[in-house]
Design a protein around this ligand. Structure first.
Ligand code: GLA
Length: 388
């Protein structure tokens, strides 16, 4: 995590010399369960030790927000009652979360904010959810007497994506950022919102991310198309079975998917086929983790990669290449992580194979694409919190 003094020095310099409160929220990894959240399925994320840190302070105005993005060296001021909001994409997260917290009854007024991050942008580690939950945590504390529940902050973050940023995302990233706990993964049932913490200490294995550094932009991307395909399949299944209740693909069986195959077309069929398989894989991984059977966990990760690449079609050449290198090196499990369209692979690798795998991946990737992938060892950290 970043240094509080670094953020504080910028806050003091860019505003009126006074200090505020400092809040932090993490990015996330996800062991398995991809594109299942908006389909009512299960996910298996954990918060990481990298994220966003913000210093914030009420500035005494009715609705003027003065915001400074330390990493971008960019200052934007805007009014909360301006219906259009700011144009800079980073400032829209601040505007959006403030509006959503107001909807929850928090009397948000003008404030100053400076923030910085060490969660890599575009790596599929949810820097945007880290921003939303960090700002929500700060506004709840400064203006809301901390009355807004953790779940409502999660939903406010998701609503910010939907209403102000153009990404029709599920609930996983904001959930992981708010509820994360050091050393634990979490299995979340996205339909009932029940979850459990799973201490994750795979003896003799390591979790490592390889970042292709290929840009990953979900807004206006095929992410929303994937979601539409899934919803279309559910609509067709529901129409065939008026007696049933079909809200998401979670409610649908393999047989029902086959029944509508011809009418929904091959593309939507493939998308839904992946989601049904992924739902089963998350549950299989839970059983395997309880049994300490990491080889099965890894096998399921490879199956997920295959599905994300061939059926859900959210991979890219660089990520498939990294996956192949993992296989060649005897890595236990490897797959694309997050929404896709670039970003990272997550790799479960035996400790004795780690160094050779990383060296080989760097060398082969650089030979083909002209730059090395970035390597992030996963450290599972805590969720949103006030630092001082
Ligand atoms: C993005 C979204 C999440 C989830 C993942 C894919 O990270 O924000 O809600 O859908 O993609 O699992």
């Amino acid at each position: 995590m970043m240094d509080i003094e670094f953020v504080r020095s910028r806050f003091i310099k860019h505003f009126d010399g006074k200090t505020g409160n400092v809040y932090a929220s993490p990015g996330r990894i996800n062991l398995i369960g991809e594109h299942t959240d908006y389909n009512g399925g299960f996910v298996f994320p954990g918060a990481v030790d990298k994220g966003i840190m913000a210093e914030m302070r009420a500035n005494g105005t009715e609705d003027t927000v003065m915001a400074y993005a330390i990493d971008l060296k960019d200052r934007v001021d805007f009014h909360l009652d301006d219906p259009a909001g700011p144009r800079a994409s980073w400032a829209r997260y601040i505007y959006g979360i403030a509006k959503e917290m107001q909807k929850l009854g928090v009397p948000v007024k003008g404030f100053n904010i400076a923030f910085a991050g060490d969660v890599p942008l575009g790596a599929g580690m949810s820097s945007s959810a880290a921003m939303e939950s960090c700002f929500a945590c700060g506004l709840n504390d400064i203006f809301g007497e901390n009355k807004v529940s953790q779940w409502d902050m999660v939903l406010a973050g998701q609503a910010t994506e939907h209403n102000y940023c153009g990404v029709n995302c599920g609930i996983m990233d904001q959930f992981a950022s708010v509820f994360g706990k050091a050393g634990c993964l979490m299995r979340l049932d996205c339909r009932s919102r029940e979850f459990e913490y799973f201490p994750f200490k795979p003896d003799g294995y390591r979790l490592v991310l390889l970042d292709s550094v290929v840009k990953h932009e979900l807004a206006g991307s095929p992410y929303n198309d994937r979601r539409n395909s899934c919803e279309n399949v559910v609509k067709h299944i529901a129409a065939k079975h008026p007696e049933g209740k079909f809200e998401t693909l979670r409610d649908c069986t393999w047989e029902q998917l086959e029944e509508v195959r011809a009418e929904v077309g091959e593309e939507d069929y493939k998308r839904a086929h992946f989601v049904l398989g992924e739902k089963d894989r998350v549950l299989a991984v839970c059983d395997a983790l309880i049994a300490g059977d990491y080889e099965t966990v890894g096998q399921k990760m490879y199956e997920t990669h295959e599905g994300l690449s061939k059926e859900y079609e959210v991979s890219c050449e660089e990520l498939d290449f990294l996956n192949d290198i993992a296989k060649e090196n005897g890595v236990t499990g490897s797959r694309i992580m997050g929404g896709g369209f670039g970003g990272c692979t997550i790799n479960l690798v035996r400790a004795d194979l780690y160094s050779k795998f990383i060296a080989d991946a760097k060398q082969k990737f650089a030979a083909k694409y002209g730059h090395e992938p970035k390597v992030y060892d996963v450290v599972i950290g805590d969720g949103s919190r006030k630092l001082c």
